[in-house]
Design a protein around this ligand. Structure first.
Ligand SMILES: [Zn+2]
Length: 242
């Protein structure tokens, strides 16, 4: 399997790699800094460059067949040769926005759970600094949205560190925070389990890329609150530009 460098260091923008396979649906490398779409976070874009050539990568996804990371080239792009050496580079501005947005969503889920005891039922983010999260709430109002926004921004401004760790599966399964966020749904073969801990705000098993501390997220606005059915209420958030 591809050595997934961003799982350990989300701030790597480039790496040297060797082409393992060139498939119809994407290029497989021995190691990569590209994040493959998953957990509500979009896949990375960027470029692969080698001696005498390059290709643009328009998306990164996990193969449905074997879970391998596929770098999806733009239509008609030149393709590198198998076993050749190249440099992989992500579109960092786009990725960093995903990191800020993803950390904002985790902090939001922690603030809503701490304040109102409501669990998350779903969530998703896009590439323009906006995202949605659904909660197990009976009702939702604009006032509630404003209250959440205020508490969320207070916590983010405290510059709380965000830790990435890898927990053995049996330890993860007895952690109350991880149980609450449904660690039990993670497939059996995943061990250790990657954990994102925003100290004192939110802790959950997660494969995404996050910023190092909450101040890097900046301010977040709750731009919409809406009902998506009984016990399913949605909040839309937008990161303020910095
Ligand atoms: Zn996440």
């Amino acid at each position: 399997m591809t050595d997934d460098l961003c799982a350990h260091d989300a701030y790597l923008t480039t790496c040297d790699a060797t082409v393992a396979e060139v498939r119809d649906d994407g290029i497989v490398l021995d190691r990569t800094v590209f994040y493959a779409r998953g957990g509500g976070q979009p896949g990375d874009m960027g470029a692969l460059r080698w001696d005498g050539g390059s290709c643009v990568i328009v998306d990164t996804v996990k193969s449905r067949d074997d879970g391998e990371t596929l770098h999806v080239p733009g239509p008609g792009a030149d393709l590198p040769a198998v076993d050749s050496a190249l440099t992989a580079e992500i579109d960092w501005d786009r990725r960093h926005l995903h990191m800020r947005t993803h950390t904002a969503l985790h902090a939001l889920s922690g603030v809503v759970f701490t304040g109102w005891g409501a669990k998350v039922t779903g969530g998703n983010m896009d590439s323009s600094g906006t995202a949605r999260m659904d909660f197990e709430l009976d009702g939702i109002t604009q006032e509630f949205g404003r209250e959440v926004e205020e508490r969320l921004n207070t916590r983010l401004a405290e510059d709380v560190p965000v830790h990435v760790s890898f927990l053995p599966r049996d330890e993860a399964f007895v952690d109350p925070d991880l149980i609450r966020t449904k660690v039990s749904l993670i497939p059996d073969h995943v061990d250790p389990i990657r954990v994102i801990d925003i100290e004192g705000i939110d802790k959950q098993a997660d494969g995404g890329t996050h910023v190092r501390s909450t101040s890097e997220v900046g301010r977040v606005r709750v731009v919409k609150t809406e009902s998506k059915g009984k016990a399913n209420k949605r909040m839309r958030i937008a990161l303020e530009t910095r």
